[in-house]
Design a protein around this ligand. Sequence first.
Ligand SMILES: [Zn+2]
Length: 201
Amino acid sequence: MFKANVTEETVRDLLTESQALLSGHFLLSSGRHSGNYVQCAQLLRFPKKAELVLSRVAEQIKAAGIEITKVCGPAMGAILVAYEMGRLLDVEAIFTERNKQTDQMELRRNFVVSEGDKILLVEDAVTTGKSTMETVKVLEDLGAKVVALGCIADRRTAAAVELPFPVFSAIKLDLPSYSPEECPLCKAGTPLVQHGSRKMK
Ligand SMILES: [Zn+2]
């Protein structure tokens, strides 16, 4: 069985030691600069670490007494998150994926959700909440109800959309980003690396 009561500090350590949470000076895809970079797939390389991190989310959902019939997350980032949460909560785990022709999120592969299904939506990290709501629409158009969101990292800021259900995360990360002009790391002369690049020092 998994170890209960994993703290947020332990989660931070697990993200750091798996290199899912990097420190340095990073160019984000938005063009902004940040002192941190998050890539949850790095954590998910290690099933035992992922189990510990997501047990923190599962414990909160159990403590809240929320009934779940299925776990669902959007591919690719949330497939492994859905699998592990499904395992921890002992429910079916499925995923949505983007149709390359139409660019629409869809439930494929004969996965079924229906009226009466209470879905735990999962994500690796939540930032704006916009893609989350896209997945919610797919599931609720099929008659299911999304009752909660579970994620590894809650990175929402004040600018994020309001989600109409409780959010349970393993860790809340408030990672500031800067325009290149006002970046303190640039001013300090720290070398800038593309996100994901390992040339950092
Ligand atoms: Zn910078």
